[in-house]
Design a protein around this ligand. Sequence first.
Ligand code: C2E
Ligand code: MG
Ligand code: MG
Length: 746
Amino acid sequence: MKPRHYPIIAAIVAFTTFFVIILARIFPHYSAYILASFLTVNTLAIVIVLMYNFIYLKCRTSIETGDITDIIEDLNTEIVLWTNDFSAVFLNRKLRALLGITSSDFDNQEILKKIFGLETLDEHNIKRLIDGKCDESYFQDADNYEQCIIWSTSLLKQNKKCSLYFSTGFNLTEINIMQKQLSESHEKHNLSMELSEIGILISQGKDNFFASSEMIRMLGLNSNLISFSYFRSLIHPNDRTTYDSYMKKISYSTGVNSEVNSLELRVKSHDGSYRWYSYRFKAVKNATSDTPIIGGAFLDITQEREKDILIEKLAYVDEITEIANRNKLVKIGQETYECCVTLDYSYWVIVLDIDRFHIINDSCGYEAGNKLLRNFAHNLYKYISLGGLAARISGDNFAVIIRDYGDDELPRKTVEAIQRDFADFAVNEFSSHSLTCSAGYSKLPDNGDSFIDVLEHAEFALKSSNEKRSSITAYSNSMHDAIIGDNELEKALSDAIDNHELRLFYQPKIEIATGKIIGVEALVRWIKPDGTIVQPCSFVPIAESSHLIGKISEFVLNEACRQNMMWQRMGYPEIIMSINFTSYDFYKKDLRETVFDTLIRSGLDAKWLEIELTESLALHDVDFALFQMNQLRELGVRLAMDDFGTGYSSLSYVQILPITLLKLDRSFVVNIETDNIAYEIVAAVIKIAKLKKIEVIAEGIENPRQATILRNAGCDFAQGFLYGKPMPPEQIQEYFEKNQTERQVF
Ligand code: C2E
Ligand code: MG
Ligand code: MG
């Protein structure tokens, strides 16, 4: 019974007493009975109340009664009420549900020990519980999950016999699980960072730096708390300015979040070496501070960078000389060109060619050739100033870019110095006086619309030099038109070759003494679809400066052999077929094989083929020329020295070369009737040739007088308009037939 019920009980007692007195007055005869009954009932009621109260105190009445228990029952936290003698224990719904208890019948002590995590319920433990000194308790719930509760106990009621305690639980189970999950995810995060080798650096201001464990490992830091200045000191000095400018930029960026930036930095790593890192970072601003938080991820990219360097090396460095290659020259050159345009200054581009480099390659071997190239390349650096470059642009071609300081003679002086160095090297290392180099040069940006343009003009200047050795040629604008014309012609010629527009004309060669035809010279003609005949002097030099001459010569060799063989098969007298070779054809390494294969294919005997070489061609490189000539002679092919007398060779060269025929140039013949000196020279040459058993032919004979003088001087053969102009095959066949019957002797 609760105290608040006492007034009601008092009122009931007062009312029943009043009622009993009224009854006793109404029924005076029965008043004794009425009073006795009343007293009995009251006594019984008092006894019942006393007993009830006694039971309540002794058992659980006080707990089960009143508002507190109702509230406690419904509270969403674990609550237990217990008496110090454990006679009464109340568990609220939440706790009961946790423990899976449905009835109120359970072992009080066991349940208290379980939930408080105590071995025993002795006074000491209870005191610790009450004083809040017990640790969190762990116990298995009804579903066998481990629960963790911190209990807070307070005394609720106390009387002489027992004390009632109120324990509220603070369930940490969920928090523990979360914490565990958090720490697991933290570990996972750390692990993934470690495996992905990404270091994290988070900073706010100059001193608030945090480094992830992977970052600590990468940089060999002592702790995760470092300062901005310390971190900055680890950055490679060359990369610090970039780093600073980025930091400045994002620190002052106005938005809440900056863009993700990325840059590549070298940072000193744990072993003291600088390693390349890709640094991706962004700044975040929060409401509480003006200083942004800068978070960044570092990824070690040293290996990739090393690969890039290797790739760059492969792409931009010449393998043999280890100086820049053409790609690099064009890249740097274009940058220089653009700077020249913007900043109004200029550079020279000099293209250098080692004259007859193949001589070294072929006679001394590739190692010697490479040594020569390396030396030539490295020597160029002597002449390069700031912003300049030296590069090997193809086989034996080099280019240098040098700054122009207003001296127009600088390229020439530079080339002359390079030529001197090269000559010294050639004498010292190769005991050769014939190694020289030539150059062409142009100006940046004046001589072209782009660097490539300027470079090509320098190359053009080099090629257009008439001198074959040690030439130095400046590009001039007047060359431009010629280039355009030549380029168009080159294209048209290339098409003409593919469209089989080339034909061979044949000019007879006559034995002066008998007037008998002994051979023909095959002379190429380009016959356009409209019938126009283009003479070789209009296209052979252009074909020579491009790769096209190779194709032309291949055609001439094949066609001439085929035609001669065909004439032989047709029953015409056996004659010598002469063809003309350029330096390009003659110095080819597979010359012997090419000629041999053609002869085999056509079936022509080698003795019916004659190759005409010019004097200057043979003098390019006497040693190699000798080698090639001997190779051809071994095949049985005849060799003629064309245009003799036009060059500056001496007769002594003629004597050492294995030629079979000497062709006196037309210039001697033209003047022979009037010019005594010309006659004397011709006569002397013929004499020497005879001694060496070399036959002599005079070309360009146009009249019988010339023919007579030459025959009297001992000349064996003659070629010229007097005997016949170059003519197509059908026409020369008629000539053969005519020549067999009517020979003209002068
Ligand atoms: P070349 O080898 O000295 O040929 C002789 C040139 O003199 C020919 O000119 C011929 O037509 C010309 N000629 C011959 N007799 C006389 C004459 O009595 N008077 C005059 N004024 N000229 C005469 P063409 O055919 O125009 O050839 C010129 C040059 O072109 C040749 O000089 C040769 O160096 C080159 N050439 C011609 N065909 C070929 C070829 O198939 N391959 C190569 N690489 N060069 C060729
Ligand atoms: Mg010729
Ligand atoms: Mg000639």
